[in-house]
Design a protein around this ligand. Structure first.
Ligand SMILES: [Zn+2]
Ligand SMILES: [Zn+2]
Length: 169
């Protein structure tokens, strides 16, 4: 999604509304996979505060990811805000000023949306709060019933102690 800021670039207080879709590519981030079934909806504005352009927008949509416990595909809502400073790259702004530089008068916000998604993504999603997860022994989905394995989970820190107690018997 490209925003043409030519009308507000030289106008202090100028503001344009933005409303559109951003196509997101599937993202593999910190070991989690995020698949976007549909474009993310972006609505907000770009305004000129005299120093830079302020992009403020809300992004909503859906994505498919995996339950952190049972690995089932789940669809989760996306909802995050963007608040970024943008400035035309005329050589006077250094890149460490916490502004995003753009050339010309058009700003492609796809990367900005994608980066903000990664800053806001929770990392661990569950199909339900009480998802039982997978059996650590046979890998069966415990939400679909008991697999028959013993589900005693001994904390590895205690396992050594249990060993000693077993020997004492
Ligand atoms: Zn689950
Ligand atoms: Zn099992």
């Amino acid at each position: 999604m490209t925003i043409d800021v030519s009308t507000i670039l030289k106008e202090l207080g100028g503001k344009i509304d933005i409303n559109g879709d951003v196509e997101m590519s599937d993202t593999d981030f910190l070991g989690e996979m995020y698949h976007f079934n549909e474009p993310v909806k972006v609505s907000g504005s770009v305004s000129n505060n005299g120093k830079s352009l302020i992009l403020k927008a809300n992004c909503t949509g859906h994505m498919t990811t995996q339950c952190a416990r049972c690995m089932k595909d789940i669809v989760v809502d996306i909802d995050f805000d963007i608040d970024e400073n943008l400035a035309q790259d005329d050589g006077s702004v250094s890149s460490d000023d916490d502004v995003i530089l753009f050339e010309d008068v058009k700003i492609d916000i796809d990367d900005i949306v994608a980066n903000n998604f990664l800053m806001n993504v929770e990392g661990k999603y569950l199909c339900s709060e009480d998802c039982k997860g997978l059996c650590q022994h046979c890998g069966a989905d415990l939400n679909e019933g008991d697999c028959g394995c013993s589900q005693e989970n001994i904390d590895p820190r205690w396992a050594a102690l249990v060993d000693i107690m077993e020997k004492d018997k």
